[in-house]
Design a binder for this molecule. Structure first.
Ligand code: NAD
Ligand code: IPM
Ligand code: MN
Length: 355
């Protein structure tokens, strides 16, 4: 029988509360669709580990993780314990780079029955993918501080765009657009103000577009693009952006469909030279952690994306359908969707709906 090795890393805060629900859906899918999941849980990449060891992960973390078919990740960060830039650069951002997960794929979809904060939108109106560059761009380690602590202090952080790095994420985005009925791609830019890297991004988009004559494409500066997300979300099909722009858009998009609590993501290495990582878009939510009220759908939908990536297409679809059926039921929604259900109630309902 088909079997998959999954590295499980719950992380901090609500990561620990939503992960069991992601696993529940995964195990239900395995038993229904005839494959097995071999889980290896890792008790690092969380802030208590840092407080104990002075680092987020052991030196031999790569050996400990080994060669899984995928990583299933919760959320990391607890700023009251460890500064965010340390906890994240030593965990999630390190995984993305070390495993060359250069695509961050994030769906934005209005689910049936879920109240939309934008007036007059119904399911089907909002259904697009964000393709975020995930290994370079504004998230760079090039830079530093000069004359620290003096009144001449200078702080610099360079944006890095490489031909290989930009082209490979654009190729992925155009391929995705080309595979969808609307064949439409939107590029996020800011080439009016960011006058070196963003014109370069635009030029690479234009060059890549020549290979995809059937894809209609356009570009918006990021400022007006955020307005378009709110005013005309039905306009989008595939939206491609740099690391930072993609990050911002992938909280805004899901918020326009009701909550960031349902949004999943795939940190994908399309070349399969290393494992991909699947995680909700949201973070560790210290403000609600420990109460058992977090929305588990982002984690569960991430399980579906992971199964899709592993080739378990039917199982993936079954999870998404179960999510839709469950969210259509007001009593099964969590508080971020104005419901009363707790994390486990919602998670169990989704697993039951699969059967
Ligand atoms: P956050 O996503 O953790 O929370 C933002 C808001 O959304 C909070 O009010 C929270 O309660 C709510 N929320 C988030 N997920 C929810 C869910 N599943 N159900 C219901 N409500 C939910 O963002 P933040 O507050 O900016 O960050 C908190 C910590 O998480 C920081 O340390 C940050 O760096 C980290 N973070 C990690 C990841 C990740 O691991 N991928 C992503 C984002 C933020
Ligand atoms: C995300 C998160 C991370 C990012 C943070 C926690 C570093 O916001 O996955 O969207 O900016 O990539
Ligand atoms: Mn983010």
């Amino acid at each position: 029988t088909r079997s998959y090795k999954i590295a499980v890393i719950p992380g901090d805060g609500i990561g620990n509360e939503v992960m069991p629900e992601g696993i529940r859906a995964l195990e239900q899918a395995a038993s229904l669709f005839g494959f097995t999941v071999e889980q290896k849980w890792h008790d690092f990449a969380h802030c208590d580990y840092y407080l104990k060891h002075g680092r987020m992960m052991p030196e031999d973390w790569k050996d400990q993780i080994g060669q899984p078919d995928a990583l299933f990740f919760g959320a990391v960060g607890w700023p009251a314990k460890v500064p965010d830039h340390i906890s994240l650069w030593q965990s999630l951002l390190l995984f993305r780079r070390e495993y060359d997960q250069y695509v961050n794929l994030r769906p934005v979809r209005l689910m049936p029955g879920v109240p939309c904060p934008l007036a007059g939108r119904k399911p089907g109106d909002i259904d697009f993918w964000i393709v975020r560059e995930n290994t370079e761009g504004e998230y760079s380690s090039v830079g530093g501080t000069m004359f620290p602590g003096t009144d001449r202090e200078v702080v610099i952080q360079e944006t890095v765009m490489t031909r290989v790095g930009v082209d490979r994420v654009l190729r992925y985005a155009f391929e995705l657009a080309n595979s969808r009925p609307h064949r439409h791609l939107t590029s996020a830019t800011k080439s009016n103000g960011i006058a070196v890297t963003m014109p370069y991004w635009d030029a690479r988009v234009e060059a890549m577009a020549k290979h995809y004559p059937d894809v209609r494409w356009d570009k918006y500066h990021i400022d007006i693009l955020t307005a378009q997300f709110v005013l005309n979300p039905d306009r989008f099909d595939v939206v491609v952006g740099s690391n930072l722009f993609g990050d911002i858009l992938s909280d805004l998009g899901p918020a326009c469909t009701g909550t960031i609590g349902i949004a999943p993501s795939g940190n994908i290495n399309p070349d399969r030279t290393g494992p991909s990582l699947f995680e909700p878009v949201h973070g560790s939510a210290p403000d609600i952690a420990g109460q058992g009220i977090a929305n588990p759908v982002g984690q569960i939908w991430s399980a579906a994306m992971m199964l899709q990536h592993l080739g378990e297409v039917e199982a993936a679809a079954a999870i998404v359908t179960a999510i839709e059926r469950t969210l259509a039921e007001p009593a099964l929604r969590t508080r971020d969707l104005k419901g009363n259900a707790d994390t486990a109630t919602c998670g169990k309902a989704i697993a039951d709906a699969m059967g």
